[in-house]
Ligand binder design. Sequence first.
Ligand code: ASP
Ligand code: MG
Length: 815
Amino acid sequence: MKLLKFGGTSLANAKKFLCVADIIEKNKNHEQVAIVLSAPAKITNYLVNIIENNININQALEQIELSEKICIEIIKNIKKIQSNFLYEETKKIIKTEFNQLQNIIYNFASLKKYPENIQAIIMSRGEILSIEIMKNILISRFHQVTIINPVENIISKGSFLNSKVDINASKKCISKINIKNDNIILMAGFIAGNNKGELVILGRNGSDYSAAILACCLNSKLCEIWTDVDGVFTADPRKIFNTFLLKSISYEEAMELSYFGAKVLHPRTIEPLKDFNIPCIIKNTSNIKSKGTLICQKNNSNENMLKSVTNIDDIAMFIVSGDLIKQNNNLISKILDILKKENINIILITQSSSKNNFNFCILEKDTKRTMILLNQLYELELKEKLLNNINIIRNLSILSIIGFNIFQKSNLTSKIFSSLGKSKINVLAISQGSSKYSISVVIKKKNILQSMQTIHDELFYNKTIINVFLIGIGGVGKSLINQILKQKKFLENKNIEIKIRTIANSKKILFLNNCIDLKHWEKYFKESKEKFNLEILNKSLKNNCFLNSVVIDCTSDENLSKQYVNFISKGLHVIASNKKANTSSLEYYNKIRNTALKENKKFLYETNVGAGLPVIQTLQNLFHTGDNLICFKGILSGSLSFIFGKLEENILLSDATKQAKDLGFTEPNPCDDLSGIDVARKLLILAREVGYEIELKDIEIEPILPEHFKKYHNTEEFLYKLKEMDAIFIERVKKAKNSGKVLRFVGTIEKGGKCSVKIEEINSNNPLYKVKNGENALTFYTNYYQPIPLVLRGYGAGNNVTASGVFSDLLRIIL
Ligand code: ASP
Ligand code: MG
């Protein structure tokens, strides 16, 4: 005998009902099966609306109509697929049920609240109808069916709405039913009966519990819970990234999991299964192939002790303090008793070691009642100041880590606290749980997702993850994504995973999740309708601030560069190919560095000078180890390197410039290159890097062109006017050549920090003599490197080299 239980989402429409019938049939081929069903998806919610929200008659009738519509739609479509389905009979039953419900509503309309026995009847209609529908599907497939009436056979005690089953009594009843061997057994979940034979229910989602009970009563060898998830995960996969399915867990772990908020099973389900030692397996009707999670008795000796991270939200913490706590040993147990009597569930308790402070957590919805109870109980003591005023902290969450003997796992607590600490999340209380199966921390609700993700990654995911928020997807940004994709295997071998969370340009932003394959990002980006602005960006950064989060700025946007301090303060690293931040005021320049130091975050910008050439890091290495710059000279512009190289081949300035533009070496308007300002910016960054506190305006720029060229904003016009300069440059090149020299556009930092950019005549001994064709070259004369300077030379522009520089900055975040 095997028991199969199907939840509401597995019965959401006709197709699903039929799919469930298929599963039942397949199992029946091997052994007898007993089936427990929930209500079709959504129906219980509609029925609950009738009774919970104090709604008027018309609204209540509306909810009934909605429920009826769902049921009729289901059987109509079943009939379409399975033509011999007993449609008319089923329809009649559905109609009768809902008519009766309507009558109930008319009868009780005058009351403010429905009596609890009536509430139970209303809420349980969905289950009754699921059974009717399934019965008729199975009959039309020529099966024999035995229906177990839960009101008569599942005997329970307690309230009408949250009853607890007496298994032995139920077992007795069920053993009296004559069930033929080849019959399929069907029973409505969620429903039971009290000793007066009245209908009661087992609490929301109680049909899991029904299934466990029936499995015990029928001596099933297995209880299968069919639902809409693959099983139990290391954390809720709908909220947390990188989770994985657990193959198996013990009964105790499963109980602890549902106690601490995992939504896979009704909390009472496991206990009976454990008592009768019936294994339980969680399966997914939408993914039949998945093996599911097995819950059974076992020793966990050779398994990972840690199983899952869970949360309960909407928690309030009561802080009871005062001398009385030390003096009166009974105080705590008295509080626990009185709350228990009032059905208020205390989820977690902590007491300070000094013993004059006692905290407990409850669901926020119970706060008011609890406060009233405590104030009544200790009215006098509060007045006499034996107890201080009771404090309540609201908007909290409990995060729990579940596993067998988890305290034996060395480092666990330190890992939890260090990962929360790194994300700057405060812990308000900790509890190691009286069982050996959990450790819980109380934190602010607004931090719960980030904390779960951080702790989950730290404990379950043995890879270092870098979370990237990429802004700017021009040539460099695109190349960067391609390089990351290309290096996936390499990174995997190094246990590194780069997760791109967001991709944006100046117009749009795309949020990536588990479902988006980075390979197809361009398609998703095109489809994205989310507009980009700084507000949206900041909001998304705030919500997604994982450990090792990095903003990469591949734009040249000044406004964005002004956000770096803000990003770093939020806990993100910043990598910029954008030069604007480092060339802004010295004040902002220093502020970024101070913030990064304070927040222990990195600000990296290797590509600001010489693109991928290792300029910044090399300089930092030298100066951190005590070297000093004597003098610097360099060719810092790819386009000007190209143009000046061409001049010595007797090509005219205007032609050389046009060629450079056509090859993609220049800015959109080459006027910007020839103005020398970009070279000045790079020089400023270098000068500041070696310790000179200067501003952009301190750099002397000797322009290549006369002042009036600035007014040609139109590229064509600019290139045309440039011809005016050709003759002058022929002259200058010739003059230089006559003394064995060439013209180069050179940036210079002299001792003392004086900086200039200008055309220079360079002789053949100078390392810059041979630099052309778009190459950059940087010569550093330092204390360590002289008289022969340190020379860095290579392409200083281009998408691939720049992206590779950004990529290596990215890896420096964690290395
Ligand atoms: N239909 C009931 C509910 O939604 C019971 C169940 O689905 O387990 O709470
Ligand atoms: Mg560089």
